[in-house]
Ligand binder design. Structure first.
Ligand code: GDP
Ligand code: IMO
Ligand code: MG
Length: 420
């Protein structure tokens, strides 16, 4: 195994990344988030207690792990403070364990407001309404407030005034809503920064030192490959690059790209928000997956759309991320299905097509069916104990995608894992 590992979602998010990062963290000195923001919702069950992390890396539960938020992350200090408070109330200490890049672009409450106003309009794409799109737009347009701008009040005032003016122009001319008051935006930002300032520092140099000393680094992806702003189902995507290859930019540590890459896939598919979803089920089977998988968004609580596992999409993700290993989660959710399907081809107008098709919203999935194993996987502790029918299902996925399945998750708890 290489010294570092990048863990990415291979579908439309919520594949169970948080649980797997938590499990792997035992073996790592550092865990680093490198893209996205508090649109992420990573669920971890620790001794039956449920935690949902949005910005803080899922390695935080181990004393020996240092956690990092790289500059590719869009940072809401407000959300960060709320998360820190919730963790501290449950006895998880963060001081000395969490370091955030002072070069992060900040997500302000005004970004969330703009996201919500846009989503309330006709062209909604079903965002998390957290302000992720507007905050990444500002970064690319070179008008972001960076965390380090708070170190120089004159510079901050100058940049923040322009930003507030920019959004007030939109608010008044496009949305017909109440303008933002500069003084309120300034005060809220400075107050929250002052509470969080001890967490900011240089992430790149620290990652480099850990690496030089032989430490292992785990990079925690958020969202999923099919939500990548360039390679996902555009425009129904998030606003960051979610692929493993974005780790070098997002962490600022160039050697992060020389890592193994573990892709996480559910044994079926889910999606929150709008956009094409070739294997989506609109029948009882879909409802059964949603019910047994408790498929509700960890960030927004919205019901997740559900469907069969899409191997065309999974093979696309495997290639784009150069996956070295695959982890299949939520296999237990399929325990009581008589028949389990996987999509092996797309057709449109009787012609085969690929995931990159412009007509993805129209494709007809071609399925291969497997007999279900019809028993509980709860007690299975190793691969040999899995029913043959479950092994047949897993080995078909592995052969089709061309990536070894090294880990299988058969329940939400930390110990519900089968190594292979
Ligand atoms: P993430 O965003 O990729 O970290 O995933 P989420 O936390 O948003 O959603 C995954 C959900 O599935 C959470 O509620 C987890 O507790 C749950 N989960 C993860 N792995 C398993 C599994 O193997 N079986 C079952 N039944 N639930 C799981
Ligand atoms: P984790 O890390 C699932 C989806 C939203 C919407 C689209 C754009 O928990 O897997 P955004 O707020 O990012 O502008 O919304 O992306 N989305 C997610 N779906 N899991 C996530 O994160 C998501 N983060 C964003 O539902 O369709
Ligand atoms: Mg999630």
């Amino acid at each position: 195994m290489k010294q570092s590992l990048i863990l990415v979602g291979t579908q439309w998010g919520d594949e169970g990344k948080g649980k797997i990062v938590d499990f792997y963290s035992k073996k790592f000195e550092a865990v680093c988030r490198f893209q996205g923001g508090h649109n992420a919702g990573h669920t971890i069950y620790k001794e039956d207690e449920k935690f949902v992390l949005h910005l803080i890396p899922s390695g935080i539960f181990y004393d020996h792990v240092s956690c990092f938020i790289g500059q590719g992350v869009i940072l809401s200090i407000e959300s960060l403070l709320e998360e820190i408070k919730q963790l501290e109330e449950k006895g998880i200490e963060l001081e000395g364990k969490l370091r955030i890049s002072r070069y992060c672009s900040l997500l302000l409450p005004l970004h969330a407001k703009i996201d919500q106003l846009r989503e309330d309009n006709k062209n909604s794409i079903g965002t998390t309404r957290r302000g992720i799109g507007p905050a990444y737009e500002d970064k690319t347009a070179r008008r972001s407030i960076k965390a380090f701008d708070l170190e120089d009040n004159d510079l901050l005032e100058h940049k923040l005034r322009s930003l507030v003016e920019y959004y007030n122009f939109q608010i008044q001319n496009i949305h017909d809503a109440e303008p933002f008051r500069y003084e309120d935006v300034y005060k809220e930002l400075v107050d929250s920064y002052n509470q969080a300032s001890k967490y900011f520092g240089d992430v790149t140099d620290t990652l480099e030192s850990i690496y030089e000393e032989g430490g292992n680094i785990l990079y925690e992806g958020a969202q999923g490959t099919l939500l990548d702003v360039d390679y996902g189902t555009y425009p129904y995507v998030t606003s960051s690059n979610t692929l493993a290859t974005s780790v070098g930019i997002g962490s600022g540590f160039p050697r992060s790209i020389y890592s193994d890459v573990l892709g996480i896939a559910k044994a079926y598919t889910t999606r929150v928000g709008a956009g094409p979803f070739p294997t989506e089920l609109f029948c009882e089977e879909g409802e059964k997956i949603a019910k047994l998988g408790h498929e509700f968004g960890a960030t927004t609580g919205r019901p997740r759309r559900c469907g069969w596992l899409d191997l065309v999409a999974l093979r696309y993700s495997a290639k784009l991320n150069n996956l070295t290993e695959l982890c299949i989660t939520k296999l237990d959710v399929l325990d009581s299905f008589e028949q389990i399907k996987v999509c092996t081809e797309y057709e449109v107008d009787n012609k085969k097509t690929s995931f990159k098709s412009r007509l993805l919203h129209k494709v007809k999935p071609v399925y291969k069916s497997f007999e279900g194993w019809n028993c509980s996987l709860e007690e299975c502790k190793n691969y040999a104990e899995l029913p043959d029918k479950a092994k047949e299902f897993l080995e078909f996925i592995e052969d089709f995608v061309g990536v070894k399945i090294s880990l299988i998750s058969n329940g939400p708890n930390r110990e519900d894992l089968i190594h292979r």
